[in-house]
Design a protein around this ligand. Sequence first.
Ligand SMILES: NC(=O)c1ccc[n+]([C@@H]2O[C@H](COP(=O)([O-])OP(=O)(O)OC[C@H]3O[C@@H](n4cnc5c(N)ncnc54)[C@H](O)[C@@H]3O)[C@@H](O)[C@H]2O)c1
Length: 298
Amino acid sequence: MSDTEPAASDAVPPVRTLAVIGAGSMGHGIAQTAALAGITTILHDVDQPAVDRGVAGIEAGLARMVARDRLSADERDATLGRLHATTDIQAAAGADAVIEAAPERLALKQEIFARVDALCERAIFLASNTSSLSLQAIAASTARPERVLGLHYFNPAQVLPLVEVVSPLTVDPAAVDAAEAYCRATGKTPIRVQDTPAFVVNRLFVPFALDAIRLLESGVASAKDIDRACQLGVAHKMGPLATCDLSGLDVLLDVADAMRAETGDARWNAPTLLRRLVSAGRLGRKTGRGIFDYSEVG
Ligand SMILES: NC(=O)c1ccc[n+]([C@@H]2O[C@H](COP(=O)([O-])OP(=O)(O)OC[C@H]3O[C@@H](n4cnc5c(N)ncnc54)[C@H](O)[C@@H]3O)[C@@H](O)[C@H]2O)c1
């Protein structure tokens, strides 16, 4: 079989109702992708303002698609009709599958997985969008570790096509097939990866991004020029510092700290500048300012 051929069999059960846990940067994008693909989508967050921001983000995303003639007004309305945003986790009970996109903290994710495992009896797979945590450790909090795997989307999830499908040793291959089929059904391109720290993309990108911040910190070049160097010198679409701002500097710091703890390798040490920016609330685009200033971007 070639790398591009779908591995899932025809017998893979489809996901008709998806529950997304966490309506932040990633959760709302994952929910938008699902609802657009015709899937009834429950978007849950513990925080009502986060639910509201998530829905507003989806509405704005769909409005942009309509303005660019990529979606009709009727399709937009139908997509929004399939979206059910709520602070009540009970709404996830009937879901065929769950994707969790809550903050990158193991204890929190374990608590959520224990809850959805008990609640979503018919779920074919329970996926985490974790960037760096062990899926096996998350799976251990459930009574059905064979259903637990990683679906690692990239930011913005409604735009970027890649999903890393992460298989812990405990997962049933049928759940992996179902998750991969789900990704394809929603227009994504899955790649299969083992449950190793930071998988493929972050394993390569995060140390590179931390080095870019170290270059900035030591005054080697300006932020603009560091990004320009990567764009014009090695044909990156976006510079590493702008990418950090897009992902969220808090998210980057969480990944760096988790990887440092897991591997003990000094290349994951977070630069002081990154810690200072996060503690000052300069988290990137989502707060209007990070390494760059977006206050006039709107
Ligand atoms: N931001 C990125 O670039 C990116 C990329 C890939 C993966 N991830 C991963 O996705 C996950 C979410 O990241 P994000 O950037 O969307 O974070 P975020 O802070 O934007 O959103 C997290 C949301 O989870 C909610 N939440 C907290 N506790 C909850 C609970 N118990 N139940 C339900 N919701 C809860 C918060 O209110 C918040 O709205 C993390 O694991 C992160 O590592 C992030």
